[in-house]
Write a protein that binds this ligand. Structure first.
Ligand code: KGT
Length: 274
């Protein structure tokens, strides 16, 4: 069994203070004996406007954010999965999730494929597609020290097609780094995450932003690690005053046992479109 850590922070528009939060969590995770640390979506920053987001993505602080974590990964001998922004064109960004290995190399990256465009009465109104370009593909799961990982981001959680595609390619652990809104988080977060774990018979690791990012925006928190039976092994609640980690052992024998005891054999003849 290998230990995984999930981290919870509250990013703002200050990349340097967000980096300090992440670096503290890298130290905590390594000290706890974790081999991988999972950090939230948009760990580099959460901006208060599309314009501010674009200019932060272009800044040198954004580059230093990534290179500092690459150095830390080597120093602390830990793999880091972290959500960031990247410039895609003259006007648009990528919402990106990268894997930094313990040699400091970026070995995987995934560009969020479902963008969060909502206008809920008395609730959040966000148009991610205004300045973010959707990703072109479902990424291939890859081997890591805790098992075979499939990458997804936040709103992707609502689309079981992706998690099933990752499962079909033998993912054992699925990630959902997030910055969920508070009302949608209360209503759906844990149910969706547990459903994805249960239906894919995989571990689900969801690092979450928590608390107020600016006057207009706040995130739900509740970073969790869920086992392939759907049991919540760790939950960081809505804590945001102090960056936190939670850890859990990843037991690939449990994944194999659950899949063996309850084979979910699909009827592709009846739903060939999936
Ligand atoms: O804005 C950034 O810089 C980073 N991106 C995000 O925080 C994204 C897009 S606004 N948030 C979500 O997808 C929340 C989904 C959600 O809350 C739900 O599905 O209910």
């Amino acid at each position: 069994m290998v230990l995984a850590a999930v981290g919870q922070i509250c990013s703002t528009a200050s990349i340097t203070s967000n980096l300090a939060q992440c670096q503290l969590l890298v130290k905590k995770a390594a000290a706890a004996g974790a081999k991988v640390l999972f950090l939230p979506e948009a760990s580099d920053y959460i901006a208060s406007s599309a314009e501010q987001s674009y200019s932060l993505a272009k800044s040198s602080e954004r580059d230093s954010f990534v290179s500092a974590l690459q150095k830390d990964a080597v120093q602390q001998k830990i793999h880091i999965n972290v959500g960031i922004h990247e410039v895609a064109s003259e006007s648009r960004l990528r919402n990106l999730l990268i894997w930094i290995d313990d040699q400091g190399a970026i070995t995987q990256s995934y560009q969020k494929i479902h963008l969060f465009d909502v206008d809920i009465k008395d609730g959040p109104c966000l148009k991610e597609s205004a300045n973010v370009q959707p990703g072109p593909q479902i990424p291939k799961p890859f081997e890591t020290p805790i098992g075979r990982v499939g990458l997804s981001i936040c709103f992707d959680l609502r689309f079981p097609e992706i998690s099933l595609a990752l499962r079909r390619q033998n993912a054992e652990i699925i990630t959902y780094p997030s910055a969920f809104t508070v009302p949608t988080g209360k209503a759906h977060w844990e149910s969706l995450l547990r459903a994805r774990a249960i239906e894919t018979q995989s571990y689900v690791i969801a690092a979450a932003q928590a608390g107020p990012h600016n006057e207009k925006r706040r995130s739900y928190g509740h970073s969790v690690i869920i086992d392939p039976w759907g049991e919540v092994l760790a939950d960081l609640g809505d804590e945001y005053q102090e960056p936190q980690i939670a850890t859990a052992d990843i037991d690939l024998n449990l994944v194999a046992k659950i899949r063996r005891e309850m084979p979910l054999l699909r009827r592709h003849d009846l739903y060939p479109e999936f």
